[in-house]
Design a protein around this ligand. Sequence first.
Ligand code: AMP
Length: 284
Amino acid sequence: MLVFQRNADLQAWVAQEKKDGKKIGFAPTMGALHEGHLDLVRAAAVRGDQAVVSIFVNPTQFNDPKDLEKYPRTPGRDLHLLLHAPCAAGYMPPVEEVYPPGQDLSLTIDFGALDKTMEGAFRPGHFAGMATVVNRLLDVVKPDRLYMGQKDYQQLSIVRDMIRQLDLPVALVMVPTRREPDGLAMSSRNVRLTPDMRAAAPAIYRTLLDARKRFAEMPAAKVQEWAFSELRRAGLLPEYFELVDGVSLLPVHTFSDSHFVVACTAVKAGEIRLIDNEVMKNDF
Ligand code: AMP
């Protein structure tokens, strides 16, 4: 596996790979890798892509400086995991490679409702920072395919819209959420959960699965109310639990409102904020 820190070195390698007829599959990450991230690499390998994984803790997408400071960083372990994934190239750029001093790369796209609700409402500025860095990394890496996790469903929806609006020459591949055996979605933040909160956290996925059963029988508002009380009963603090159209991310009210419904939730588990989602209905 090759490891690059400079854009020019990575780009020279990518150009050669493409010349040799290879496709590039890219998975942007913030490191502290786990099996969920490695699934992105495996999804690329299955399609015969040369997998490139970036590890870059993007300062512009953290609205809380404490969260940025405490974000787990495990570069040595990450490289070891990538080596065995197997990944073709790791890309660990310093900040000035991603954001060259004096250049304003910030992206100002109108995402309509996509970036206003849910995470957008609770983490102001987060999606502007995320879209900017993904656009920048795509411009550097120039992959054929971009691999992202369903775990961050709203993020993925926004990136899909960005690709459409900017007409970027890349195909987006959604990789299903990898979970712990008890259902908790894998996340780099899970290592920061206290033992009590780690024990409480599987209630998130349980609630999502139960919500799916209830949604067939009751209005979304009732499901939402039930889910809030269920999450609280488990000792978690729900921020939102929304049933939305899986494309527009607009709220649905009843089962027949949309063919494709996703429930998205964010909870505080003590100090740690966790997100998850599950498809409630897919009639496509
Ligand atoms: P992050 O490092 O958390 O920014 O995530 C980098 C990429 O990995 C994003 O596309 C995430 O959606 C994806 N990802 C994170 N956790 C999981 C998971 N448990 N299962 C699948 N993909 C994931």
